[in-house]
Structure formats: C-alpha cells, structure tokens
Design a binder for this molecule. Structure first.
Ligand code: HEC
Length: 473
C-alpha cells in the first residue's frame, strides 16, 4: 500500500515536471521558428535528446533502486518513504500556496489601490505606480478588453491548481492513508476508515455545491446575508466534522473545504469566464460584462477565505484550539476574527481611513478566544486530592505513551519518537511535565487519537502529580 502511494506521488510529480517542461519546449520552439540560424536549432536538438535520455535512464534506475530498498527492508523503509513523500508534498504545497495567496493579495491590493480619477486615457479604468526591488513599475487596468488581445497574456491558474492537488495529496497521505491514526478517533465516533474517507471527500464536494448555489442565488447581491450564510455554513461544517473525526482531522477538513471552494472558483468560474472574455474580444463580439463581474466577485471571496485557511493549516501546532471541547466554536470565532482583519485591510487599501473599530474588535475577539480556551484553576478541585507518587505516573506513561514516545517505539506508524519526544527515563518525563500536562490532561490531545486507550483516572493522576510538585519521590 505504501509503495502504491509512493508510486502515485512520484507519478504526480513527474507529470507536473513533464507538463512544465513541455510548456517550456513549446515556448522554445516558437522562439526557434522565428530564428533563422540553423546551427542553434541543431545544437538545441542535440542537447534536448541528450537530456531526455539522461532523464529517462535516471527515472528507471531510481525506480529500481527504491523498489529494491523497499523490498529488502519493508518494515523500516515504509515509514521512511512515507516521511519523505510527506515532506516533498507538504513543501510543494506550501510553496504553491504562497504563490497563489501572494497573487491574490497582490491583485486585490491593486484593485483596491488603483488611481481611478487622475489623467486616465479613454479605455483605462485606473492605474498605479509602484516601486519594488529597485525598479519603477506602471500598471494600467482596462475598462474592458483591449482592442487587440496581446500575444503574451499571463494567466494565473497553475498556482491554484497545484496548491489544491498537492493539498489533496497531503490529506490523503496524512489522514486517509493512516485513517486509524489520524482521521478517526474512536472516542469521538467509531467508524470504518473507508466511511471516514467517504465523509471527508464528501464534505469537500457538498461544500462546493452549497457555496456555488449560494453564489448563483439572488443572495449573492445581499452582501451581509451572504456573509452570515457562509459563516453559519462553515461553523455547521466545523461542528459536524468535529462530531465524526478526530479533532485535528476535523479542523483540517474545514481548511480543505474552504481551499476546495477557492480552487474550484478558479477552475470552474474564473478561468472559464476569462476564456470567454478573450474569445469574445478576439472575435470582435460584444463582451458580456457580467462575466468579468462574476470572476471578480469569486476572486474577492477567495481573498477573504485566505486567512481562515492559513489558520487551519498552522492550527496543528496549537492544541488549545483543536483540543478544546468547543473546538468547532473556536474555529468559527477565529474565522470571524480573521475575515474581519482581511476586511479592514481591504477597506484601508481602498482609502477608508475612518474605520476605527474593526481592528481593535478583532484583537478583542482574539484575546477573548485565548481566555475562553484557558485552563481552569485546579486549586479548589485538587487541594484535597490523594497523594500521587512518581512510580504511579511512570507506569501510566509506560503503558500509554512510550509505545510511540521512546528511543525504540513499538508503534507501527511511529517508528521514531514523534517530535523527538521520549519518556524512557524519569528525567525525560520531568523535563516534559508542562507539555505532558498540556497534551494529556488539559487538551487531551495525547495519546494520539487515544490509540493506547488512556483512561480519565490516569489523566487525573498525572494532573494531581504535577499539581503536587511533580517530584520523583
Ligand atoms: C500513537 C502514538 C502516540 C502515543 C501513544 C502518544 N503520542 Fe504524543 N505525539 C504523537 C505524535 C504523532 C506527536 C506529534 C504531533 C502532535 O504534536 O500532535 C506527538 C506529540 C506529543 C507532544 C508534543 C511535543 C512537542 O513538540 O510539543 C507531547 C508533549 C506528547 N506527544 C505527549 C504524549 C503523552 C504524555 C502521551 C501519553 C499519555 C503520548 N504523547 C502518547 C504520537 C503519540
């Protein structure tokens, strides 16, 4: 199974690499056709043939090598291979995501900041002077299409497509591939991995359909109602997912469903509208202004989705959010806060300098969320508790944690200590006591999906031991 996943991933990246290379070859060919020097053509051809042979033999050799390594030592190679696949996919995902969101921020900034009044030529809706990297730039936006569509027209789409594809791959590698470790938490809901995967993928599709229908309904023109409807939908999705998946998987699926809406906006609406615009301009037929407006609106929605999506993508590191009993409500709160911040940012760029409440309100909201997620003071609850000694704690940790957190873990998935955290010696346990309190007692996000079946009494015992000073005696 790992080998299959590996092969699919490698095939995906080869496909991306080949598509990109093909585009470059086409461009090069166009340039060559314009060129009259035969010698350059021959040289380029020889180089290209040589590169192809070298590439093909490397691919064959590497595949054989991976297969052999895997075959000889499956138990050790499986997790190792998965780790590297995970690394490469995640890295690519983040890089494409930055390129995409960067373009989104840039173009919405441009739209917001255009000079729309002074010294404009007839066809121009606005312009902007900028300085960046030591160069002066002058950008103009047309009211509709230019008279002649230029030969080199840059399209922004691969950033979006590849962000989604790598993101989906990552969802697969992390949550679906090891569904029992990451997707499913028996204490939340005991479902079969296949059911879990179906619910996960289904949630992405349903969300897109819901959002798309909403955009096609008259509600799309009622900004406030649209916003509230989308907010309620996202919160409901977060609630539903938190009732069927492990907390982390629930969060990640909310991010994935928003990301899917964003990518689908590009694929199903923005790019087709733009293609229709270019086609009409080339044919000299009248442009349908609703196409541009529709694409612009979806693009603006995408811009508002960015901050909540980025929060979800980093939320894994913050167990007080996804680990809280109210995790779905906290996600909803952070979504509201971040959309508010993005809105302030956008109206500020448009020159609205009078809004004095949005940003402070967002900060107050953030502080309120930090306070809501704060752990309760245990003093009154624990002051008369029985004495818990270190031996008891150590045996609990040996039973429930060292399966993964050890120099030689027994777990099938975690063959090296997660995050390098080990509990083999008393010193290691004492050194980590604060984080143990955080993960096993307060947020209850450890053991991972409670795979080792830790009981509440055991969590209580650890809490009391730490409250009583966490000593070795
Ligand atoms: C099934 C494997 C597994 C078991 C069992 C397990 N953990 Fe973990 N632990 C992980 C993984 C995976 C991570 C890294 C991901 C994360 O932080 O959520 C982790 C991370 C942690 C961290 C965070 C380290 C950091 O860098 O901040 C702590 C603390 C922790 N575990 C404590 C515990 C305690 C205490 C127990 C037992 C009560 C336990 N774990 C049981 C898999 C496990």
């Amino acid at each position: 199974m790992t080998l299959l996943a590996l092969m699919c991933t490698v095939a995906f990246f080869l496909w991306v690499g080949l598509t990109m290379t093909l585009r470059i070859s086409n461009k090069e060919k166009q340039k060559r056709d314009a060129d009259t020097f035969e010698s350059i053509t021959t040289k380029a051809r020889v180089i290209a043939t040589f590169q192809k042979i070298a590439l093909l033999s490397t691919i064959i050799l590497l595949s054989a090598l991976i297969f052999k390594l895997y075959h000889d030592n499956t138990a050790y190679m499986e997790p190792h291979i998965l780790e590297w696949v995970n690394l490469v996919v995640r890295w690519t995902h983040v890089v494409f995501g930055i390129a995409w969101i960067g373009a989104s921020f840039y173009f919405i900034f441009l739209e917001n900041s255009l000079n729309r009044t002074e010294g404009l030529r007839d066809q121009i809706a606005g312009n902007l002077w900028a300085i960046h990297g030591g160069g002066f730039y002058y950008i103009e936006k047309y009211k509709s299409a230019p008279e002649k569509i230029p030969k080199h027209l840059h399209w922004f789409k691969y950033e979006a497509y590849f962000t989604w594809l790598t993101g989906f791959l990552l969802l697969f590698i992390v949550y679906y591939f090891n569904a029992r470790s990451f997707l499913i938490d028996k204490e939340v809901f005991d479902i079969e991995p296949s059911t879990g995967v179906a619910i996960g993928i289904g949630s992405l599709i349903v969300s897109w359909i819901f959002y798309d229908l909403l955009c096609k309904s008259p509600l799309v023109n009622k900004k406030f109602i649209f916003l509230i409807t989308m907010f309620l939908f996202t919160s409901a999705a977060a609630y539903f997912l938190s009732q069927v998946f492990s907390a982390r998987a629930a969060y990640m699926h909310v991010g994935a469903l928003l990301g899917t809406i964003m990518a689908a906006n590009v694929f199903f609406v923005i790019i087709p509208s733009q293609k229709a615009l270019v086609k009409a301009a080339n044919e000299g037929t009248a442009l349908d202004p609703s196409l541009g407006l529709k694409a612009g609106l979806r693009s603006l929605h995408n811009n508002y989705f960015t901050l909540p999506v980025i929060f979800v993508m980093i939320s894994n590191h913050y167990p007080s959010t996804y680990g809280s009993e109210w995790n779905w409500a906290i996600l909803a709160g952070l979504t509201a806060v971040s959309v508010g911040v993005k809105h302030f940012w956008n109206i500020y760029e448009q020159g609205n300098l009078y809004n004095k409440w949005l940003l402070p309100a967002a900060v107050i909201g953030l502080i309120a969320l930090a306070m809501i997620t704060a752990p309760a003071n245990p003093a009154t609850r624990l002051k008369d508790a029985r004495v818990v000694n270190f031996q008891e704690v150590q045996s609990i940790i040996n039973e429930r944690c060292t399966n993964c957190h050890s120099a030689s873990p027994q777990d099938k998935v975690w063959t090296s200590a997660p995050n390098g955290v080990m509990f083999d010696t008393p010193e290691q346990i004492i050194a980590m006591k604060d984080r143990i309190l955080n993960r096993a007692v307060i947020t209850r996000t450890m053991p991972q999906a409670n795979q080792t079946g830790m009981k509440q009494e055991e969590r209580d015992a650890i809490e009391i031991w730490i409250y009583q000073g966490a000593t070795i005696q």
